[in-house]
Write a protein that binds this ligand. Structure first.
Ligand SMILES: *Cc1c(COP(=O)(O)O)cnc(C)c1O
Length: 443
């Protein structure tokens, strides 16, 4: 298939007539509980462009929520998926194993932080990986309690809803939730008291957990090295290492939830690497297989092997087609040095957005790492969250052919997650569109 021209092009209003009629069908067939960010139906995705069914070409700053790091139709991924699908689509690894599963686990052992002996178990979704990390940590430690942080997002299953911080839309009306989940304050430099260091923020969290739960009762601490849905909150330097050190002292399993930050997104293979943190367990999903459903828990052999045989698994976990996609995606990430590409896209994003912040009072904060960058939108006082303004700016970007996402506990964060293969000129153009949308706020 010929490459899609890497050019933003609008040929109808957004949404166009074909998308509009599909949205009508959607509303009579699909549950209203399933949301949609932009009401355009997709025809093709390639590089940094998403083409809709009306022929509009949008610049993609979502990458399917940090999933299509290698692009939405990489030829190596497509080829290996097709080849695997022709040989077999499923056996269930627990029934009859296949090499692709083992190979993905070998890659995970090589790529994840730390040179210790590792094992992995494969699943289908990020939530499932997080749940299984908790199961493994509980078995290994013989303890029940789980610590998570303010603004955390860990998924939508019952246990991971309990671990997720934000009520609406993730938890409202869906309780009762799993017990023994305890929440600690996160390091949030933009909103913490001025001058608070990462170490001080860690001590604040540790004091709360020690006094209210007791380190001896904690099976694990689960933390996103940069929070995703919670607003791309990037903890102050020193926070993550201090939490990891405390976990080691107290025999608590330190679990890095790298479902969103993993696989080159932040300019390294995994975000923990930026501060030299080696997690005991790491959960991955999203970027691992270019969108085919695959997730993993990887970690210290003695922890991973503490579970009784048959205790971990699932019908689809480590599906062979998804494993083929992951192996191809990992090859692409290595061959095209996507950590370096993410770092370069990050320089453009952070450089331009920091500049824009000087001119635009609505931008309270610019933060993130690599190609995981966000702006927090505030009232003119520079602190009060302004979710309505964030929504207006995002909608203006959509209307002008740039797919942006919002996030954050207060809904006032605009986040940028380009596919890591995005041509730089497209990212620059998307930032031009954003600049115009922000300028029009005051017009
Ligand atoms: C998306 C996400 C999850 C949940 O993954 P699903 O595949 O949607 O179940 C868990 N943790 C983090 C950090 C995420 O970003």
């Amino acid at each position: 298939m010929p490459q899609l021209e890497q050019q933003r092009r609008l040929v109808t209003e957004i949404p166009g007539p074909i998308s509009t009629s599909l949205m009508d069908r959607r509303s009579t067939a699909v549950s209203a509980g399933v949301g949609t960010v932009v009401p355009v139906f997709v025809a093709r995705v390639d590089g940094g462009i998403l083409q809709d069914v009306d022929g509009n070409c949008l610049i993609d700053l979502a990458a399917g929520i940090a999933v299509t790091n290698v692009g939405g139709s990489d030829p190596q991924v497509a080829g290996r998926v097709a080849d695997q699908a022709q040989r077999f689509t499923h056996t269930c690894f627990m029934v009859a194993p296949y090499e692709g599963y083992v190979e993905v686990c070998e890659r995970l052992a090589e790529l994840t932080p730390g040179s210790h002996e590792k094992r992995s178990a494969l699943f289908s979704t990020g939530s499932e990986a997080v749940e299984n990390a908790v199961k493994i940590a509980r078995t290994h430690t013989g303890r029940d309690a789980v610590a998570v942080f303010d603004h955390a997002y860990h998924g939508r299953t019952n246990l991971t809803m309990a671990m997720t911080a934000k009520n609406l839309p993730y938890k409202q009306g869906f309780g009762p939730f799993a017990g023994e989940v305890h929440r600690a304050p996160m390091s949030y430099p933009f909103r913490d008291p001025g001058g608070m260091t990462g170490e001080q923020a860690a001590q604040r969290a540790i004091d709360k957990l020690e006094s209210q739960v007791g380190g001896d009762n904690l099976a694990c601490v689960v933390i996103e090295p940069i929070q995703g849905e919670g607003g791309f909150i990037t903890p102050a330097e020193g926070f993550l290492p201090a939490i990891a050190d405390w976990c080691r002292e107290r025999g608590i399993v330190f679990v890095a939830d790298e479902v969103q930050t993993g696989f080159c997104r932040t300019g390294a293979w995994f975000a923990c690497e930026h501060e030299g943190v080696v997690p005991d367990l790491i959960t991955t999903a999203k970027g691992i297989a270019a969108g085919l459903p695959l997730a993993a828990v990887t970690g210290r052999a003695e922890i991973m092997d503490s579970v009784h045989a048959g205790g971990l698994g699932g019908t689809y976990g480590g599906n062979p087609v998804a494993c083929a996609a992951a192996l191809a995606a990992i090859d692409v990430m290595r061959e095209q040095d996507l950590p370096a590409k993410a770092a370069r896209l990050g320089e453009i994003l952070t450089g331009r957005l920091t500049q824009l912040q000087q001119e635009c009072p609505a931008i309270g904060d610019v933060r993130g790492r690599g190609a995981m960058v966000a702006i927090e939108i505030t009232e003119p006082d520079g602190v009060t969250p302004a979710p309505a303004i964030a929504a207006r700016v995002s909608a203006a970007c959509h209307a002008d052919g740039v797919l942006t996402l919002t996030c954050g506990t207060y809904g006032n964060v605009l986040r940028f997650l380009p596919p890591l293969v995005m041509p730089e000129h497209l990212l620059e153009e998307a930032l031009d569109v954003l600049t115009k949308a922000l300028a029009n706020l005051t017009a």
